[in-house]
Design a protein around this ligand. Structure first.
Ligand code: GLN
Length: 549
């Protein structure tokens, strides 16, 4: 019987002019539009740096480290992809220079290339294509979107651009579409968009053999028809294929903005699909829920000085997802925990927040201030959510102030603590390499019926992603529980504490895992939803008290 060979189609996204312009959002948006055309989609992100993965990089420079369900640490763009497409992607969908060279050099040492001169072309480019092919095959996607990180013109990006150029030739013209995302500046003294940087970056791209079919202009304001026509002419693309994507209040709106200019209808033309109208009605309703609020609340997020709100983007988004469902705008105030260490009265400021959140973190600096904030939330009935490090510090706070364990601490912060309530378990003690050796990725938590956790998750087993080395010390569980702390979620073997809560508090909840990696627009993760619900209730109560006094 004749079986037509269904070829995978590719959309390759490159970036021009400068980095940090939201190429990841454009990539995710194109994925969303393809999904709305009924296509099975997956995404590969190429990061041309030499690090093996993003796990050892500074989140304050590169943004948050995202963790896949299979336990790989990678670039925060994966968060955009997963949230926008409602997918769980895998670690091998991130390809870095480090991985590619490591593989090729290992093969050379093994003798796989005996007699050959091992070179960037073809050995490195072949390895890049092999990795792309692997993802294409395993995912079963009809369209594989490849985002090439960095900016065209970077030396380290060249082998990857060469590899996708070869790929486009191999799969054929109607199976590969190049989309170039550029930055169009609006210099203040001119107040009009300048197209020259875009012209130059496309020229650079064409000089290495890639002719983009679509150009997406990222800019502060919309880029008008005139400048777009100019870009089309100078860059050898159709006029209707130059899109404008100005800064948006709600990033989830980007697919709608691009589709509104015809992108969804042009993709089938360029990739030789059957014609179909993109179906984004449901997505539009979701986007509207991020705009139409009945009120607002402010959450105090407690961190140390050097931490930036951007390095917790998945948490920020999760709070917004929960807020949108509850029709509340969620504002986030970044509070420096070191302030509480210097000035004991500063803690009172936390009373104005509808909820207090302590995110994941590493290292001793600012932790005593965080512990003071947890104490404040516990004693003043302020809804509290502690994520990973936040949960560990909540354990320390409870041990010290409620279980009489003076000097209790995590051994990450004080190795000589008389009560190491958080410690390293034997399996981590001898780990020497820092890269990829934490407890990473999806693990099951078993939830105790009758607890807040069960009320939220409504099931006995959940799988959530982890990224930590330290754990609640099993030797202290009994004494902590005897004093009223409830560990309502545990690992399947019962050894590791996954969730803690306090029964006599409006909402005091800590998770060893990172629920934020599984929150989606219109589908907030239950821990965040519970937290924001409690925060809204506190806000309403405060308003009633204010009105009656
Ligand atoms: N530093 C802590 C640990 O390694 C917490 C990590 C985190 O918050 N992601 O266990």
């Amino acid at each position: 019987m004749y079986m037509p060979i269904k070829k995978t189609k590719y959309v390759v996204i490159t970036g021009g002019v400068m980095s940090g312009i939201g190429k990841g959002i454009v990539t995710a948006s194109i994925g969303k539009i393809l999904q709305s055309l009924n296509k099975k989609v997956t995404i590969i992100k190429i990061d041309p740096y030499l690090n093996w993965d993003a796990g050892t990089m500074n989140p304050f420079q590169h943004g948050e480290v995202f963790v896949t369900i299979d336990g790989v640490e990678l670039d925060c763009d994966f968060g955009h992809y997963e949230r926008m497409l409602d997918l769980q992607l895998l670690g091998n969908q991130n390809i870095t220079t480090g991985q590619v060279y490591y593989e090729v050099i290992s093969k050379e040492r093994r003798g796989d290339f005996l007699g050959q001169t091992v070179q960037i072309i073809p050995h490195i480019t072949d390895e890049i294509k092999r990795r792309i092919n692997l993802v294409a095959k395993r995912s079963g996607a009809e369209v594989v979107i490849i985002e090439v990180g960095g900016t065209v013109g970077d030396i380290e990006g060249l082998p990857f651009l060469e590899a996708v150029r070869q790929l486009s030739l191999e799969v054929g013209r109607y199976n590969c579409l190049f989309v170039h995302v550029t930055f169009v500046p609006f210099p203040t003294h001119l107040r009009e968009p300048k197209t020259k940087p875009t012209q130059h970056s496309v020229k650079e791209l064409r000089s290495i053999g890639i002719d983009p079919s679509f150009i997406v202009c990222r800019s502060e304001n919309p880029v008008g028809k005139g400048p777009r026509r100019k870009i089309a002419l100078f860059c050898n693309v159709e006029e209707r294929a130059v899109f404008t994507l100005p800064d948006l209040d709600v990033v989830y709106e980007a697919p709608l903005v691009l589709d509104g200019q015809g992108l969804g209808q042009m993709i089938p033309e360029y990739l030789d699909f059957e014609e179909k109208k993109p179906e984004l009605l449901e997505w539009k309703e979701t986007v509207d829920s991020f705009k139409n609020f009945e009120g607002e609340i402010t959450i105090g997020m407690i961190g140390k000085y050097a931490e930036l709100a951007d390095s917790y983007i998945s948490i920020n988004e999760s709070l917004k997802h929960a807020g949108a469902v509850l029709k509340r705008r969620v504002n986030i105030d970044w509070v420096n925990s070191e302030d509480f260490e210097k000035d004991p009265y500063a803690i009172e400021r936390l009373g104005k927040y509808a909820g207090i959140l302590i995110p994941g973190g590493f290292g001793a600096r600012g932790t005593e201030g965080k512990i003071l904030a947890i104490k404040f939330a516990r004693e003043n009935n302020v809804p509290f959510l502690g994520i990973c490090f936040g949960m560990q510090l909540a354990t320390v706070e409870f041990a010290r102030n409620m279980a009489g364990l003076e000097g209790a601490n995590s051994t990450e912060l004080d190795q000589k603590s008389p009560h190491p309530v958080i410690c390293i378990l034997p399996e981590q003690v001898n780990v020497k390499n820092k890269g990829g050796t934490m407890r990473l990725g999806g693990y099951t938590a078993v939830i105790t019926p009758g607890t807040k956790a069960y009320e939220l998750y409504k099931t006995e087993k959940i799988v959530r992603r982890h990224r930590h080395r330290f754990e609640v010390n099993p030797e202290y569980i009994q004494i902590l529980e005897k004093n009223g702390l409830v560990f309502s979620g545990r690992s399947e073997d019962g050894r590791l504490m996954e969730i803690l809560e306090l029964p006599n508090h409006p909402f005091f909840f800590g998770t060893q895992f990172h629920p934020e990696f599984d929150s989606r627009p219109a589908k907030p993760e239950p821990a965040y939803l519970g937290f924001i619900k409690a925060a809204v209730e506190r806000e309403l109560k405060t308003k009633i008290i204010e009105a009656t006094s």
